[in-house]
Design a protein around this ligand. Structure first.
Ligand code: PLP
Length: 373
């Protein structure tokens, strides 16, 4: 099972953990989504360092697959990413601009999502002061109470479109609160609210769907969809067969093996007490590497198809597996075990930790040796 990483032999020999990111699968996921939503276009959401996978590698790979629109959350992320993209690609800041950030944004050719009347006013003021048109997206709050103009603010804006003078609106947009739950009534409510908002801006194309939204059907696609997790191989609709190719694989090496008698205490707090003689393996990743403490006595690693349960609490830099199910000698110091891969999906690990794939990916940390394939 480790043949695919043997090419990284030297680094692999000293790396306690190995995070493999399959850029071919990423590109294939991009193309599959593009085929699904055509004629709508597919943007790449690469906020939070491309969900922890490395925006500097992920965004150019998406660009090579045909992506021309990229979303990050914060201006600081956009400023780092902008020089890595082709001049023809567009880069948007989802979270809006803090007061005073407008000149730096405009200077770098980055496109803000305007989320409030204040942000509209500041962007328009800058455009007029410079005597240029500045591009922007305009976001409406269709039911998340997070970002975007309220219905009242939107009404003020449509009654007084001069507030947008100097602003070239590329898209009107909104975001779904429960797109990953097809049965959630809020999806249709938000779609209807989006349609009402959009009436005030005839001819401006829509951007609405995230990964889950794409799979709610064409009514949700608009002109530009904004997947993140699906590009990275996460399930767009948890509980339904995942149509995306896996992008992430995580293997962590065993650093020590021991056999303990019945009644041995394992880990901090001595919470895990062995019921009989057990063989235990300590592996070199813990909660500082994004394996949440909530996995203690719940989660597992895999060796092939064999489940190796986590025994006791997860430490900062290590955790302990019960490997009694494997024939003695199967694992040795240096042997890898699978945390995310063909036998344990990202969703399965997240579920054991009581969280979602997004939080696992964005928390993976910086200590793994990363291999981009
Ligand atoms: C993060 C985000 C996305 C991407 O969401 P996924 O569920 O990862 O596809 C799209 N739009 C907005 C506004 C977001 O904040």
């Amino acid at each position: 099972m480790f043949g695919e990483i043997s090419e990284q032999r030297v680094a692999g020999d000293i790396a306690p953990g190995l995070l493999t990111i399959d850029l071919k699968a990423l590109a294939a996921n991009y193309r599959a989504l593009a085929a699904r939503v055509a004629p709508a276009r597919v943007a790449g959401v690469v906020k939070a360092d491309a969900y922890g996978l490395g925006a500097a590698r992920v965004a150019p790979a998406l660009e090579a697959a045909g992506c021309r629109d990229f979303f990050v959350a914060q201006l600081s992320e956009a400023l780092i990413l902008k020089p890595l993209l082709n001049a023809g690609s567009r880069l948007y800041v989802l979270g809006g601009l803090l007061p005073g950030a407008e000149p730096a944004c405009a200077q770098a050719g980055i496109i803000p999502v305007l989320n409030s009347l204040e942000q509209v006013a500041a962007w328009s003021r800058l455009a007029r002061a410079r005597g240029v048109e500045l591009p922007a997206l305009l976001q409406f709050d269709t039911g998340m109470s997070r970002f975007g103009l309220s219905p009242e603010d939107a009404a003020l804006l449509t009654a007084e479109l001069a507030r947008l003078s100097g602003v070239r609106l590329l898209h009107v947009m909104s975001h779904l609160a429960c797109a990953d739950e097809p049965g959630c009534g809020q999806n249709a409510d938000q779609l209807a609210a989006m349609a009402r908002f959009a009436e005030g801006f005839p001819g401006v194309p829509l951007s609405f769907a995230n990964s889950g939204g794409i799979f709610l059907g064409p009514a949700y696609h608009g002109a530009l969809v904004r997947p993140g997790i699906a590009l990275y191989g996460g399930a767009p609709t948890p509980g339904v067969a995942n149509p995306m190719l896996p992008v992430v694989r995580l293997d962590v090496r065993v650093v020590q093996i021991r056999t303990v008698p019945a009644g041995a205490r394992v880990g901090y707090g001595g919470t895990h007490v062995t019921a009989g003689e057990r063989r235990l393996a300590t592996i070199a990743a813990g909660y500082a590497d994004g394996l949440p403490r909530a996995l203690g006595d719940r989660g597992a690693a895999y060796h092939g198809t064999t489940r190796l349960p986590i025994a006791g609490r997860v430490s900062m830099d290590s955790l302990t597996l019960d490997i009694t199910a494997l024939p003695p000698g199967t694992l040795k110091p240096g042997s890898p075990v699978e945390l995310i891969g063909p036998h344990q999906t990202l969703e399965a690990l997240a579920a054991d930790a009581g969280t979602i794939a997004y939080e696992i990916l964005t928390g993976l940390g910086t200590r793994y040796h990363r291999v981009y394939r």
